[in-house]
Design a protein around this ligand. Structure first.
Ligand SMILES: C[S@@+](CC[C@H](N)C(=O)[O-])C[C@H]1O[C@@H](n2cnc3c(N)ncnc32)[C@H](O)[C@@H]1O
Length: 206
């Protein structure tokens, strides 16, 4: 059984940096692979950050939602939540897992998102998607994510931290300069924390 860490996956990720996810989710559906981030619970840093948040009357977008662990949590905080992933099988599996979910699950590519998502969401949650892409794609991904934040809205970015050495990913954890670069296109940094080797960073559009 393969995982996102093995040599086979590294080869697929190098050949097709955004296409290999579909392959992994499809294999998981067949029972021949494990999806390492399919841990059931929402990310602990998101839970800690959003515990007392009331999203009533506000819109949220969850980037690279995978199998829905964070999007279901965000929707439960009251946000009208859209969540997207490039892998059709991830979205199909998630819809099946949560048949009564209020989340609007979509197949979409971060690098070619629907035009009407431009500056449209009061909360944008990015958890470990940028780090799942090669370093050469990080700045494009970061700029695309920042662009989803509405005036007055907030972006929460979560990633594994790295200092200088570029690992043979996936994943490709983020440097401090990379995480701070979410402050682009009018977003300003609210906080950048590094608990336990991970970034938990908040940005806001004025
Ligand atoms: C490491 S997984 C994390 C999934 C989810 N955020 C979680 O924490 O459970 C990265 C996710 O990003 C998705 N992804 C990668 N490139 C993408 C792109 N260009 N557009 C949308 N989703 C993408 C993958 O399919 C995968 O589900």
């Amino acid at each position: 059984m393969s995982t996102a860490d093995d040599a086979h996956t590294r080869h697929l990720a190098a050949a097709d940096p955004t296409g290999w996810f579909e392959h992994l989710y499809a294999e998981a559906e067949n029972g021949t692979a494990n999806v390492p981030w399919d841990v059931g619970d929402p990310h602990g840093l998101l839970v800690a950050w959003a515990r007392d948040l009331d999203g009533t009357g506000r819109r949220a977008l969850v980037v690279g939602c995978g199998l829905g662990r964070d999007s279901e949590f965000v929707a439960a905080r009251g946000f009208a939540t859209t969540a997207f992933d490039i892998a059709p099988t991830a979205i199909a599996t998630t819809r099946r897992r949560f048949p009564d979910s209020p989340v609007d699950y979509r197949v979409a590519d971060l690098f070619a998102p629907p035009a009407d998502w431009h500056r449209s969401f009061d909360l944008v949650v990015e958890s470990i998607t940028v780090q799942a892409l090669p370093v050469a794609l990080h700045q494009r991904a970061i700029a695309a994510i920042a662009d989803f934040v509405a005036p007055g809205g907030t972006l929460l970015a979560i990633a594994v931290a790295r200092d200088d050495v570029v690992p043979e990913g996936p994943p490709w954890p983020l440097t401090e300069a990379e995480v701070r670069s979410f402050a682009t296109g009018g977003l300003r940094e609210v906080s950048v924390d590094r608990p336990d080797g991970r970034w938990c960073a908040e940005f806001r559009r004025g």
